[in-house]
Design a binder for this molecule. Sequence first.
Ligand code: GLA
Length: 764
Amino acid sequence: MTNKKRVHQQVSECSVNLSRYKSATQRKLTSSTIAWSIFFLLLATTSRLFAQNIVTIPVETAKNAMVLQTDKDGRLGIIYFGSRLANNKEYAAIPNQYNLKSDNLPTYNSAYTPAGTWNVIEPAVQITHADGNMSLDLKYVGSDTKKIDANVSLTSILLKDPLYATEITLLYKTYFKENVVEQWSVIKNVEKKPIRMQKYASANLYLMGNDFYLTHYNGTWGNEMKPEEDHLSHGIKSIDSKLGTRANLLEPSAFMVSFGKPATEDEGKVLLGQLAWSGNFKIDFEVDNYNNLRLIAGINPYASEYQLAAAQEFTTPAFIYTFSSNGKGEASRNLHHWATKYRLLDGEGSRLTLLNNWEATYFDFDENKLVDLFKGAKKLGVDMFLLDDGWFGNKYPRDADTAGLGDWQENVKKLPHGIGYLVKEATAAGIKFGIWVEPEMVNPKSELYEKHKDWVIRQPNRPEKYYRNQLVLDLVNPAVQNFVFGILDTLFTKNPTLAFIKWDCNAVIYNAYSAYLQKMGLPQSQLYVDYVKGLYKVLERLRAKYPTVPMMLCSGGGGRVDYGALQYFTEYWPSDNTDPVERIFIQWEYSYFYPAIASCNHITNWSKLPLKFRTDVAMMGKLGYDIVVDKLSEKDLQFSQQAVATYHSISDLVWHGDLYRLVNPNQNPLASLMFANAEKSRAVVFNYLTNTRFMPGATPQPIQLKGLDATKNYTVKEINLYPGTESSLQSTTVYSGNFLMTVGINPDVDLERASVLLEVNEVK
Ligand code: GLA
C-alpha cells in the first residue's frame, strides 16, 4: 500500500471511530440529562458533570508530550509541550499553574486558531463560507487514539463550528521510540455550496517558556543552508517561500527553536521542525503577551485561496517535528531514526557509489567520450555511471542550458545509438547506468514549447520571464502529469536495467498562471497548491510502477529538500558547491534534519584542495565522483581506488550509524563528527581543519568522542591515508570508552594533515 493510501485509510478509520464516539456522546448526554433532573441539587454530581466537560488529550512519545485540553466552552487549547510526565493523570492539573485567562486577551493557546470570531490574533485557519460569511468558531466534538502498530499511534480530534457545518480534524501521528510527531489537519466542507479557504495550516503549536531562539536558514545557489539564530521578540517572525518550485532556493522550512537559551549539541531544550511540502510554505513564530510562543506552520496562504466543493475535504501536508531536552544532537538523531525507518525511500537499505559526468564534461560529450568515462568508473571501483544534462533534443539540441529542455529524445549526433547502447556498454564495462532528467521544465527554444504552449505556466498577456532560460510546466494539468510520467516510463520501458534517476528542477515559477485552471473554471489561486499535488501524483504513480529504483532529488543544488518529496526519493543533492570546506558547513547543517545516507557528496575539481580532503568530506554521506578518472595522477588514482574500498568498509556506519557532532566548525577552526554503530563496537570519526587562513599548529587539545560504551575497550586507527604518508597516531594503543569520551583523542590535525579519518574498533 502506498503511503498516501495508508494515510487515507487511517483517516477514514478514525472518522468511523469518531462517529461511534459521537453516538456514544449523544447517548451519554441523554442519560446525563435524566441524571441532571433527578440529582439536580446534589453538588457532588453537578461538579462531576462539569468535570466531564473538560477533556484532556495527551499526545505522547517515549520522552515527550503535547497535551491538549478543552475549556468549559468546549474550545481546544494546548496546555503543555515538553518532557513527558511520569504520571499522565497530572497533565490535567497543569492549567491551574498558568494564569493565561484574561477577558481582554485572545486565547493564545488555541490548538487550531480560527479566524473571524473571538480570536483576533494570527489564525491557523480562515474560511469564507458559502454565504460569504467569514467567521469560524471551532468546538471540540470528539477524539480517538488508535494504535497503528507497537510504535506508531494516530490521534484524531474532531472540531466543528457550532453555526456553520465546517468540520476540521486535527491529526497527530506519533512515532513513540523516535520521539517524532507528524501533525496535519483535514478540513471538510459540509455546507451545500463551495467554501473558500484563505488559510489552512497544518499545525498550530503553543510552546510555554520565556525566551525562544529561532535557528533558520537562508541561501542561494551554491550557498545553501546558512544558519542564523535570532532571539525571538514579541510580534511575528515568519520564514516562508513564494517561489512555487525550487521552493527552498532562498530558505527551507526546516528550523530549530531553542527554549530558554540557545541549545547546544548536548544540552538544552530544542524543537526541530519542517513542513513536508515541496512548494510554498509559511511558518509563523509569534511571541505572545505571556511570552509564550505560538507556532503556525503550513502551506503559504500567499496567493493560495483554495476552494472546497460541497462534501470535499482538504488534507494539509504534515508538519514534522521532534523535541529534545538534551540538545540538538539528540533531536537530530530522532529525525534520522524516524526518516530512515519511516520516510526516506529505502532508508534502511544501501546506496550506489557513482561517477557523474556533469563537471567532467558539462554539455560537451558524445557516446565515445562517455564509454571512455565508463572505464574510469570501473577503474575507480564505483557502482554506477550517471549521465547528466545534455543528452537530448534534436531540432534544438541541448548543447547549453538555453535550448532543448522538454524534448526527451536522444540527440542523434551525440548519441547515435541511443541510451540503450550506453546501458549495454556500461553493463559490459561492469557498472550500472543512471540518467539525469528535468521533467517539470521547458526551454522556450524547444519543440515541446512550440507544440504545447498551453502546458506552460505563463501569463498569456505578459512578457515571459525566465529562470535559467526556462519555464515551468503546468503540473496541475493531467495531460502534463501524463507527459512527465511518460518521460520516465519510456526510459524504463526501453531500458529495463536503468539503475538510477537524477531528477532536477532548476526554475522558480514566474508569472504564475495556469491555462488549465482557467479552462476548468477553477481559481488561479489554486495553482501553487495543485502544482505540488500534481507533482506528488506523478511521483506516486512512478513509485507504484517502479518502487525501488534509486532517485536523487536535485534542484539546481539543494533548492528542493524536504520530507514531502523524500518519501519518493532515496537521496538528495545538497548543493552544486562541492568545495570541500564549503561542503563541511553545508552538510553539517543539513545533517540536523536528514540522515547521512540521503546526502549525495561528490568529489569534483571545483576546489584545488588536496584530493584526500575532498574525498574525506564526500565520505560523510553517499560517495560519488565527478571527475575524469584518466586525468588523475598515478598516486591520486591509487589513493582513490583505496578510498572507494575504504568507503565500502565504513559505509554501513555512515548510512546506518548514529551521528554525533564533536567540534562545531561555526565556533572553531575545526570540524569533527563521528558515526557509531548501535552496538557501540565500531565508529568512524571525521576531523577537518576548516580555517586555512593561518597556520594554527596541530590541534592542541584532544577531541572527546561520544556514543561509545565507557566500559568497552577500543583501538583508534587512522584510515584513508594518502599513498606514501604515515599516520602520526599510534594504532595499537588500547583505550577505554571512558577515556575516549572523557579525555578524548587528538587527531593531530594541522595544515599538512588537514583531514584525518579515524576508525574506532572494540577490542574484546
Ligand atoms: C543543476 C544541477 C547540477 C547539474 C545541472 C545540469 O544545476 O544541480 O548538478 O545536473 O543542473 O544542468
